[in-house]
Write a protein that binds this ligand. Structure first.
Ligand SMILES: [Zn+2]
Length: 331
């Protein structure tokens, strides 16, 4: 039996509540959380969404999961937070919490004495997910982010391979086209401050699937997240499904990296998310505000696939413009 926010969770319980959270400056918010406690024994899966306020498909899928799962059918417990960044969701704010302008997915493991976003991170990590055996943190592209579906997992710093292997199995079960493994240090893309990396370092296998974007929610992206979680529930033996999906074309990326803008200007993209490219291919450029003079050009460092792009036309120096996966180590 688990205890969540001071409450003993008994078999058969199902409820949705708002947990008040505040910081020392007087900022306050809530974390909408739910519990579905199965009548049979089994593991605890935590499902979170809404770390970024306008990433809607994961939030919609999480709300539907709560509606659909009956404790009678469940072995183990599903706990979740549907809007980890409630203020950003309620105010339709991209990337940051409007109360302190911080990006929740940059501040993990958080700080109980910090500003509101850092307090939220601490509560999510040490009071919610720490009760679980497995964790899924559902993301999408935010309002000006456009992507092809893929899933991250974290490689643990002390090479605890059994945790990495369980996270990898969850990533495969989500059945998206691409799987990217990241590290907090090393040659690949850094995941310092990210929720899934901090959870994984606690010893809890965790994945961050990315589906949809540009502030849009539709049935296709919502159901892809929903089905991914159902696949993982089946994998863990918690909730059997006759409709488990698989993806025979799934690709494990050799590495993942991001390209950033070196100047202000107009961003022109010559590839779309999901497009394959070859080493040396011109992927994008930045021109001056007249669209005449090329200020910077971006070329592929290796063969790979476009996973994510900034969807807007305007760019500022240091903006992330493209996220790319390297395939088969061809370089
Ligand atoms: Zn996100």
């Amino acid at each position: 039996m688990i205890k969540l926010f001071g409450e003993e969770i008994k078999p058969g319980m199902k409820f949705f509540k708002d947990l008040p959270v505040s910081d020392a400056k007087g900022n306050s918010t809530v974390l909408p959380y739910y519990v579905i406690s199965g009548e049979k024994d089994g593991p605890v899966l935590c499902v979170t969404s809404g770390v970024h306020g306008t990433e809607y498909p994961g939030v919609a899928a999480n709300l539907k999961l709560y509606q659909d799962i009956d404790p009678k059918d469940l072995a183990g417990t599903v706990i979740g937070c549907t809007m980890c960044n409630y203020e950003a969701f309620a105010h339709k704010t991209s990337f940051v919490n409007p109360l302190d302008k911080k990006n929740l997915n940059d501040v993990f493991p958080g700080n109980p004495d910090g500003s509101i976003t850092e307090v939220i991170a601490t509560v999510l990590l040490h009071q919610l997910v720490s009760c679980a055996d497995y964790h899924i943190d559902m993301h999408s592209g935010d309002s000006i982010e456009y992507l092809h579906p893929y899933v991250f997992y974290h490689r643990n710093s002390d090479r605890r391979t059994e945790i990495d292997e369980k996270a990898h199995a969850m990533a495969r079960a989500y059945a998206l086209d691409y799987i990217a493994v990241t590290e907090s240090d090393g040659p690949g893309a850094s995941d310092i401050g990210n929720f899934y990396a901090s959870v994984s370092e606690l010893g809890i296998p965790c994945i961050q699937p990315e589906i949809g974007g540009i502030g849009l929610v539709d049935e296709k992206t919502r159901s892809l997240h929903y089905q991914g979680v159902r696949n993982v529930l089946d994998l863990l033996g918690m909730l059997r499904s006759d409709a488990v999906t698989t993806n025979s074309g799934q690709v494990e990326l050799d590495s993942f990296y991001r390209l950033r803008s070196g100047c202000n200007g107009v961003y022109n993209r010559f590839v779309d998310p999901g497009d394959r490219f070859v080493k040396g291919q011109k992927l994008a450029n930045i021109t001056d505000y007249h669209g005449v003079k090329e200020l910077e050009a971006f070329y592929a460092e290796a063969d790979g696939v476009v996973l994510w792009t900034m969807a807007g036309l305007a760019t500022r120096k240091n903006d992330t413009l493209l996220a790319l996966g390297v395939i088969n180590g061809r370089s």
